[in-house]
Ligand binder design. Structure first.
Ligand code: SF4
Length: 231
């Protein structure tokens, strides 16, 4: 059984850096981030967007136009047959990318040899993970991150700055911990409220991350590549 497809973005220049790519959104995610930007992709029993056969036709059509396919979600590592699906894509000549929050070490290690690039969501300081992100497991997240760093695969760690999940002081602590582990590329992403959110944080508390020059300068000094993405 291939992965269950919750959506497809047929062209992107930003989701798989330095490649022209398409995004395959896997259906289902075990986590419940308060700021989830894709809540419609959380339910594993949701309605698939298209079948794998239809996606295979898309891959066939775009062979000369795209460099890669990035598996996103939902959470790709929650798909039991992720390896087979990624192998299919790679065997067609595409580079394979992965967006993940690190929910399954065994599956990550299985697909690692197929990957050209990984975008790894680090939600908050490791100590607070299980309190702030329902159903997360700190040990698994850290083990996945360590495996990625050890592997040498092109890696971007990224954190969405939602004040309900991380404070400015915690962001400092997290950035230092990532740099100490050997992370070279770190991106901050602005929280954007989803239309279904009932109690979004105060926009001033969100923008406070980006107006604190001392904080941004300190973080910039920790990484070879430091990226700030505002909505
Ligand atoms: S990991 Fe991503 S898809 Fe899953 S709940 Fe968090 S933001 Fe939503």
């Amino acid at each position: 059984m291939p992965v269950i497809i919750g959506g497809v973005e047929s062209f992107t220049t930003v989701d798989f850096p330095e490649r022209l790519a398409a995004v395959l959104f896997c259906l289902g995610c075990p986590l419940r981030c308060p700021y989830c930007h894709n809540p419609e992709l959380q339910d594993f029993k949701g309605k698939p967007f298209i079948s794998w056969e239809q996606f295979a036709e898309f891959l066939d059509d775009r062979k000369k136009l795209l460099d890669g396919i990035v598996f996103s979600g939902g959470e790709p590592l929650a798909q039991p047959d992720l390896y087979e699906s990624m192998k299919y894509v790679k065997d067609m000549g595409y580079q394979v990318g992965l967006h993940t929050s690190g929910v399954n070490l065994e599956r990550l290690e299985q697909v690692l040899p197929l990957l050209s690039w990984v975008g790894f969501d680090v939600k908050t300081v490791f100590d607070a993970y299980e309190f702030r992100i329902p159903h997360s497991r700190r040990a698994t997240v850290e083990a996945c991150l360590d495996a990625l760093i050890r592997s040498g695969v092109e890696l971007e760690c990224r954190t969405t700055l939602d004040p309900r999940v991380i404070s400015k002081d915690e962001l400092r602590t997290l950035a230092r911990a990532l740099a100490a582990k050997g992370v070279k590329t770190y991106a901050l992403q602005e929280y954007r409220p989803h239309p279904s959110e009932k109690n979004p944080p105060d926009p001033l508390d969100v923008s406070a991350f980006f107006t604190d020059r001392d904080l941004l300068d300190e973080l910039r000094g920790l990484f070879e590549n430091f990226i700030v993405r505002r909505a």
